[in-house]
Design a protein around this ligand. Structure first.
Ligand SMILES: [Zn+2]
Length: 305
């Protein structure tokens, strides 16, 4: 998410364990050190939760790979505690997209990794967002980029990153550990949380719906999916059915706005909604971020170009 977006919005819903989207402003940073946890998933892979987007990792005798980097403080905890690292350099750090709660730990990982990988739009979007927020000096950018796909063979594992098109931003990659059969979705899934749609950052709600269908059809039925953010009840891992829950929510938001436009209602009338009927798992106490998100959807649907 972008800082400017966040400043204009009420706080993100409480999600515990630092798994909600980070709030971004220094004033909102927790006073106590964030609670962090390493959780193994399957075949040398796992997740690290702290503050910001969920970090995915591969830590085998042959390879070390990290997906996303959160913030400097939790990135340092992650780097220091990566299972079985024993001082080895990482083969790669992959950024699923440019948002600062997924890339602000890049400076911590940079000296310990061979390369930082991201979709080709990510450094540009990261630069533009950092320039706007005055944080250019804190940025470390990907030095390996790809347009459609990137593949890395490492020991007995193959890591891929794929770009499907505009969705949460204009540079979202889906990362897969093929042998482990684990797929990191970045912020393409906010697991039962209202999502951020970063329109200035190249997002498309309509594109996002398509991307989730495509991803759902691309990867194995029994893959474990990792999500950038999740509400505490549902967590940050799941199955491909959870992708369709996210898709259905986005579709319902698009339908709500489209029907309002067709009925001749104003933007203010259409977006004045604290929770979306039919999706109780997403519901949070008012005031919620939904009006702002619906406003973004409205802007997309009424854009001239
Ligand atoms: Zn994001």
């Amino acid at each position: 998410m972008s800082r400017s977006l966040l400043r204009a919005q009420p706080a993100a819903p409480s999600a515990g364990s630092g798994q909600a989207p980070a709030t971004g402003s220094p004033q909102a940073a927790p006073a106590a050190p964030p609670v962090t946890e390493f959780k193994p998933l399957r075949r040398h892979t796992g997740i690290f939760t702290g503050r910001g987007g969920t970090i995915g990792w591969l830590a085998s005798p042959a390879a070390l790979v990290v997906v996303d980097t959160q913030f400097p403080d939790t990135a340092a905890v992650c780097l220091a505690g990566l299972p079985g690292r024993a001082g080895r350099r990482l083969d790669a750090v992959i950024n699923t997209h440019h948002h600062y709660d997924h890339t602000s730990g890049n400076p911590v990982f940079k000296p310990a990794t061979r390369t930082i990988v991201a979709q080709v739009n990510v450094p540009k979007l990261q630069f533009a967002a950092a320039e706007k927020s005055g944080d250019l000096d804190k940025q470390v950018f990907a030095d390996t980029t790809f347009a459609e796909a990137w593949r890395h063979d490492c020991g007995d594992e193959v890591v891929t990153a794929q770009y499907f098109g505009p969705a949460h931003t204009g540079g979202d990659a889906v990362i897969m550990f093929e042998q482990a059969n684990v797929v990191h979705m970045g912020d393409l899934v906010f697991n039962r949380l209202y999502p951020y749609i970063d329109r200035p950052g190249g997002a498309s709600a309509r594109g996002w719906v398509k991307r989730l269908d495509e991803v759902h059809q691309t990867f194995p039925v029994d893959a474990i999916y990792v999500f950038g953010h999740g509400n505490p009840k549902f967590g940050v891992t799941g199955t491909r059915d959870d992708l369709l829950v996210m898709r259905d929510l986005l579709n319902a938001m698009l339908d709500h706005v489209q029907q309002g436009i067709a009925a001749g209602r104003t933007k203010d009338q259409i977006t004045a909604l604290d929770n979306l009927p039919g999706f109780p798992d997403f519901h949070v106490p008012a005031p919620t971020r939904l009006p702002s998100i619906l406003g973004t959807v409205y802007d997309e649907l009424t854009a001239k170009s």
